[in-house]
Design a protein around this ligand. Sequence first.
Ligand code: GDP
Ligand code: MN
Length: 391
Amino acid sequence: MNIHEYQAQSILANYGVPVPSGIVVDSLKEAMTAVTELGGRQWVVKAQIHAGGRGKAGGVKLANSPAEVEEHVKRILGKKLVTHQTGPEGKIVKKVYITKAIDIKKEYYLGMVLDRTSEMPVMIASSEGGVEIEEVASSAPEKIIKVRIDPLIGFRSFHARKLGYGLKLPKEQMKDFSQFAAKLYKVYREKDANLIEINPLVLQENGKFIALDAKIGFDDNALIRHPEILAMRDPDEEDPAELEAGHYGLSYVKLNGNVGCMVNGAGLAMSTMDIIKHEGGEPANFLDVGGTATAETVAKGFQIILRDKNVKSIFVNIFGGIVRCDRIANGILEAIKTTKVKIPIVVRLDGTNAEKAAQILQNASLENIIPAFNLADGSQKAVKAAKGELS
Ligand code: GDP
Ligand code: MN
């Protein structure tokens, strides 16, 4: 789960990480009140959407007077913002964060992610802050410093020193930097984050570091331990189909292809996507209907897949272990009736009662149901059907 910048900064502030003072608003009137409340002479108007690259896209604006704040809020609030992370359709800005402007001496990058290879969190720092870290990684990889942190040992001063020396920080900044990094690690651990990105981490004229921008992602499986974070969820930022799927216990992730997939079990779902690609097709989604697929979950699955207008065929790939194939076959028929599926559906049901299931589907004699006899056969047929090459 992701949260907004203003929420991330409030979490960091609770851990004593310096962040700019700011007030989040959803109207121009509130924005002007915020300016008075914050005081000062320079402010920043920041679009609150779950995507980076706002600055380049005109979603982060410095204002030298309340009149300029007004101008920027009018231009940003309620408008669509297209950044390199939103996709071409962009996102409507429903809230803006008004912050007191910070003076910048130098911009750095500081982040944390889980490194699955070493099975440890890794802290990443770079002297090239404020720009995309992916770009630095490919053009100047030597400017990226990483330290793995064994969670059993925790964040120690040698970690901080390695990062600080790598950044070529002046000696007087080392202490402040290492305290900053230690707090970041604490947030990561205690809040079950799987990503923290401070870009830029700003060194101010007064020699202190501040988290000018903040992004935090959380491990969904740990949210049960953090009701305060779950309360920060912004449904406007989530795919409505993914939300609805979650409501019915299905895991759905929308992708960009045209072969819809309905599979039971995450592992089989992933191999199904792989084999579709192997056959020259593009999966339209990941959908795990769960180990206990029922007629209802299958029907819901069809509805969710079909909401995506790019879908040209559906590959149902279900292995009946606990769940019996004949039940799924009935579920599919019922779902096709209720959701009026018109596009080709390639069905591979294998495992318990597979023969019975095949019989049920055959007896129904629906012309858009195409039986498949194994994984390869099914994926080939689904890819062909999506291309309109299956007659
Ligand atoms: P992003 O583009 O979505 O990553 O948004 P950021 O919050 O990182 O802001 C983009 C850029 O705007 C930063 O890299 C800074 O250069 C600039 N910026 C943001 N806030 C301030 C501020 O308080 N003072 C100054 N001088 N620049 C700022
Ligand atoms: Mn940023």
